[in-house]
Design a protein around this ligand. Sequence first.
Ligand code: GCW
Length: 688
Amino acid sequence: MKKAISIFIFALTAHCISAESGHQLWLRNSKANPVTIVCKKKSATIYLAMEELQHGWQGAANASFVLTVKPDKAIKGDGFKLSANNIQANTDLGILYGVYELLRRQRTGRPAGNETCNPDYERRILNHWDNLNGTIERGYAGLSVFWREGDNAFVVTETDRQLWREYARANASVGINGSVLNNVNASPDMLTAEILNRVKAITDILRPYGIKTYLSVKFSSPAMIDGLNDSDPLNPEVIKWWNNKVKEIYSLIPDFGGFLVKANSEGQPGPQDYGRNHADGANMLADALKPYGGLVMWRAFVYKPSGEDRAKQAYNEFMPLDGQFRDNVIIQVKNGPVDFQPREPFSPLFGAMKKTSVMAELQITQEYLGHSVHLVYLAPMWEEFLQSDTYQTGIGSTVARCTDGSIYPLKHTAIAGVANIGLDTNWCGHHFAQANWYAFGRLAWNNHLTSEQIAGEWIKLTFGQIAEKADPSGTVIKAEWNLNFLKPVKQMMSDSREAAVNYMMPLGLHHIFAPEHHYGPGPWWAPGGVRKDWTPPYYHQADSFGIGFNRTPSGSNAVSQYHEPLRSLFADPQTCPEIFLLWFHHLPWNFKMKSGHTLWDEICYHYDRGLQEVRQFQEAWDRAEPYIDHRRFTEVQSKLREQCRNAQIWKDACLLYFQQFSRKPVPYDMERPVNDLEDLIKMDFRKL
Ligand code: GCW
């Protein structure tokens, strides 16, 4: 039988042919069909929902679609019920979220079904580490979208408003409903009248999109701004100062979200400066905010050069305070016990604090994962974290369930991500870094989505690859996703985090970065006079015996902070998952791994694998060239080249440095290092 001949025509929509800047993110213009919208309710948010539907409708032409705001017990918070011709919600914002979900489904080919979609967390918040002078701590995508220096620093221009609108729309489209507008290393000026007026202007733009604004505050603000004698949280003058300040803020912004506080951490002031504890400090602010419905997000990122293992310190400080916080305080805990490393076990505080609301802080900006140069899709890391079982209330006590109210009756639930957004045209510096912003929002809404599903959605929305199958006469017989593009690009994204772990810090190694910028390798960096816990040798502990940080009972005993069976599992090198081996153990170079290799050989193979994986990403991307616009193709291609050069440097630097201790050859069946250690040590990694 003669096979039917068919040809593929790749539908190059207008945006593919014209130059692509990436500014549109995953919200691309596509030709909409006419639709009749029926909605009785009127509000700024409903107006936005109707506008989005009108401009984005991909369903049948001239269909009629009903939006209904009507209370329903099955719908929680700003959730919604979605069906083929109707969205129902309790709130106007629920309608807007429903519209974004519907349009996403239409554009990614998923049916609207008959579903109720409720958010897993009440607050889904971006943390901007933006300084008032416009710079961004750990920001790699240009200056702040909110703040700037100079004569017009406080003038709100139409360009500002337009950008804030685009920002708000992008966030709302993935369900993000809060923004902390400034760095946790906060300037006291943040609470001065001029700045608060700008916060009001920003909030007015963000409000119809359902985004609340929050501010990071410096704990010593009363003394610093108004010259009070101290900022002791039990001092009545200080309490009065905060009450007045909060009143002033709410008179400008009646729906203000609340405060985020970094206290007694990395030199920031806090209640301990006055002999008080975290609960004293957090509760004082919580009491001031309570009458207005505001929240305090109090960070648990604390450690001191005390001789105690840094990984244990947050737990030591916060566990004794469990149950002492007001119900409008949430303790904000970084996913891992150290600091946003390429891989860490979950922080033992999750699930352990049973009488306090605890929220996770993730880092979307890639401080430790290649800045805006490396292509690293972070959702697999977040998925691994959220699905980690803490065992705190038996099997299935995952971090996700311990934080979203499924297990503990939490008054407030929330999740935060440190934003990767700046003034760069494509917002994030790297086109693929947009996927991390997108993925954070999607996981904050539904913490059970898989990283793979999110990647698939994002690729379809961002690159819009549809292949049309036509018969020989040119008649389209089927439109389908272009798998030649979708599959390999999704694979590249899914593999990218593990690749970065491999070429940077495999097998539980951590924090072996060059100092300050945290970009390139610096396993050797340990000048005299520097705090030990800021130097890589503190973390890798390489010596002639072996490598790794002993956190078992014979070492720092950090394993004791985990619930059984994890405690025993982590404490035994035979049962400890190999991905965490050197996090918990100091092992001899010839320790036998599950693969049969010695530890040294295994380390070498991991570094080399990481490098080879990046080379494969380069090839996969080159093969994707026919299907994508020139600008985004070449920009990503060039970044992948740089990532590959960097991966080579990571591999060479770590292997040649550790080899001085292992005194063993690099396995003969793998590629040799190509750089000299002396050169690497002298290199300025800021210019890697
Ligand atoms: O990861 C470290 C960063 C600091 C940051 C700190 C924190 C905002 O290197 O730049 O400060 O964490 O999270 O407070």
